[in-house]
Design a protein around this ligand. Structure first.
Ligand code: HEC
Length: 138
């Protein structure tokens, strides 16, 4: 008896939920919303204009943004033998190689450090900024 009651409840719930429509029709009707979006500055007609967010490739990110988005993951705690940021003795021999060499190590990758130090979209200039940032704190 319990089984039959549950089946009836399930069948009724489905009937109420789909309201006689097939599942596909229901999904299509929900996707077909009359909302239009167009970018500000264009001929929008009835649509609501929204601000266009344009990625500006020429914007160079700041040192702490670059550092915290990639480098910090390893250099804060010394993961995989990475010289820890701010640790003078760990950086002494690195510093002796010269700034250019250090930048190239990051750009090309070095043993446990992947190329660009995990900052995949970093430009060479941004890598330089991050290296300088790390050298500045030791
Ligand atoms: C996945 C971990 C990891 C990330 C992320 C990472 N590093 Fe490294 N880094 C290392 C390791 C490990 C070494 C030491 C490599 C060696 O000496 O074999 C290293 C070494 C370095 C060195 C010294 C290179 C040399 O020639 O001695 C610099 C400079 C450096 N990292 C800067 C950065 C910068 C800047 C970033 C971010 C853009 C970064 N790292 C991101 C792991 C990482």
């Amino acid at each position: 008896m319990k089984k039959i009651t549950s089946l009836i409840i399930i069948a009724l719930s489905l009937a109420i939920f789909f309201n006689g429509k097939k599942y596909d029709e229901l999904v299509i009707s929900r996707l077909d919303m009359s909302v239009a979006v167009c970018l500000e500055g264009q001929d929008c007609g009835k649509a609501t204009p929204i601000m266009a967010v344009v990625a500006n490739d020429n914007v160079v990110r700041s040192a702490d943004i670059i550092y915290s988005s990639g480098c910090a993951a390893c250099h804060d705690a010394g993961v995989a033998g990475a010289p820890m940021t701010g640790n003078k003795s760990q950086w002494k021999s690195r510093q002796a190689k010269g700034y250019e060499t250090l930048v190239n190590s990051v750009w090309n990758g070095m043993n446990g450090m992947p190329a660009k130090g995990l900052c995949i979209d970093c430009t060479k200039e941004e890598i330089e900024i991050a290296v300088q940032y790390m050298l500045d704190v030791i």
